[in-house]
Write a protein that binds this ligand. Structure first.
Ligand code: GDP
Length: 195
């Protein structure tokens, strides 16, 4: 899986723009700067693939990527930046809610959390939205290379504790570093195992 080819399909701004739900899909969510583009690029082995979704104008779109014979990879816009005007934010939140609640082929959301910081207030909003949408989510900890060995267990405990309050949480965490390639094969295998 992914070894073959991953390609940008389209950016979606409204529900009627979604591609046909003809295959399984997984989505990626995380606050801005958490390392989402880097992770998607590491995952697919394509250096600049997810950069498009970080360019201005693209930031409010749901970006779809195709994988050969595999699921859609869906890049949700980074949250936690208050710089967008309120009507834009509200329009985006409506789309996000509609997508999460209404996409029958969406099997799992990977929620990216900075391994140095753990689950923050800004993350709780999306976790709650996933709970209410009944979308199973799995936390992927990013930038693990920046966490000292002695701090690792403490962060993992904080994240596990935060997740215990979320019924839609998948218990297994995936610790990754896009920089070092850590955990990337595990994430790839996890996605490949989703039917
Ligand atoms: P996004 O806004 O969530 O898409 O985040 P980016 O992928 O653009 O990454 C944000 C910043 O974090 C960039 O400066 C990256 O180089 C850095 N970064 C991303 N992943 C890692 C990682 O695994 N380790 C380290 N040390 N830095 C990372």
């Amino acid at each position: 899986l992914f070894a073959a080819e991953t390609d940008f399909l389209k950016g979606v701004v409204a529900m009627d723009g979604l591609p046909p739900a003809d295959r399984v899909e997984v989505c990626f969510a995380g606050r801005s700067n958490v390392g989402k583009s880097s992770l998607i690029n590491a995952l697919t082995g394509r250096k600049a693939l997810a950069r498009a979704s970080n360019t201005p104008g693209r930031t409010q779109e749901i970006n779809f990527f195709t994988t050969t014979g595999g699921p859609f990879l869906v890049d949700l816009p980074g949250y936690g930046y208050a710089e967008a005007p309120l009507p834009v934010v509200e329009k985006w939140q409506r789309l996000l809610k509609a997508y999460l609640a209404g996409r029958a082929t969406l099997r799992r959301a990977f929620v990216l959390i900075d391994a140095r910081h753990g689950v923050k207030k800004v993350d709780e909003e999306i976790l709650t939205l996933l709970d209410t949408s009944a979308v199973t989510f799995q936390v992927v900890l990013t930038k693990a290379d920046k966490v000292k060995d002695k701090d690792r267990e403490k962060t993992l405990a904080q994240v596990r504790n935060a997740l215990s309050k979320h019924p839609a949480a998948y218990p297994e965490l995936i610790l990754t570093s896009s920089e070092k390639g850590l955990g990337i094969p595990t994430l790839r295998a996890t996605i490949a195992g989703i039917e």
